[in-house]
Design a protein around this ligand. Structure first.
Ligand code: SAM
Length: 228
């Protein structure tokens, strides 16, 4: 998979060198291109924003600059690219979306700043046959920019690519999988810590009883924590 991210702060993406994502990059499972949006400006001040039509506070990111930057990462082949435009007004990111994005050949993150990106960028790329556009939010709150959102989505997606996680079984019982439950509580040694015991069933060796207990706990936890 290729992941392109367009930003005015390329330094934000330094953590991609670390941990499992860093290893996936080293082993060639993923290839990153981090582009500085300002490289696509043509004025001395490298201007990426302008005042909003209709008035109001703040600045809006310019469509021409974004268009040139996005065009520069679109492959000339028949590859379909998934253009993820990060915005708090987008569809809320979920494990289901992560699974869909993990099947993509090319993800492009458009990281907004200021009051966001001129809306014609979304409209234009929706009309392009080799681009699927997704306006995505990582939650109901407002960040200063899309970089942190792009990192969160990248981490959730990349760990689903075959070969990235050493033991793929660990993905099966996780929270937010197809069963729609969050994971059961987990424990490790020692059996007692600060007066708190590990639930007896987990040390019983009875696999049937353990599976039943875990399912019950996952249901209780899902109900208590989430309700949805
Ligand atoms: N004026 C915009 C609004 O009210 O919807 C907020 C713009 S925000 C300050 C600047 C940029 O941060 C956005 O263009 C987007 O790229 C990013 N951003 C902020 N919150 C986000 C969220 N919850 N999910 C994804 N991206 C977000």
């Amino acid at each position: 998979m290729k992941i392109s991210a367009i930003t005015i702060f390329p330094e934000y993406f330094a953590p991609l060198e670390l941990s499992l994502i860093g290893k996936a990059k080293e082993s060639g499972l993923i290839d990153f291109a981090i582009l500085n949006l300002r490289d696509f400006t043509d004025d001395n001040h490298h201007t990426v924003d302008d005042t909003p039509y209709g008035g109001g506070a703040g600045m809006v990111m310019k469509a021409e600059v974004w268009g040139d930057a996005i065009d520069s990462v679109l492959p000339t082949s028949q590859t379909i690219s998934d253009l993820i435009i990060l915005t708090p007004a987008g569809k809320k990111f979920s494990q289901k979306m992560a699974t869909e994005f993990a099947r993509s050949e090319h993800l492009i993150f458009a990281c907004g700043r200021y009051e966001g990106i001129d809306s014609r960028v979304t409209t234009f790329y929706q009309s392009q046959p080799k681009v699927r556009v997704h306006e995505v939010s990582i939650g109901d709150y407002v960040l200063n920019g899309g970089e942190v959102a792009a990192l969160a989505i990248t981490e959730a997606v990349v760990r689903l690519i075959p070969g990235v996680i050493g033991n793929p079984e660990s993905l099966i019982e996780e929270s937010h999988n197809e069963a729609g439950l969050v994971e059961y509580p987990t424990f490790t040694k020692p059996p007692e810590w600060r007066g708190l015991q590990v639930p007896e069933v987990l040390t019983s060796g009875n696999h049937g009883a353990i599976a039943k207990w875990r399912l019950e706990q996952a249901e209780i936890r899902s109900q208590n924590a989430r309700g949805d």
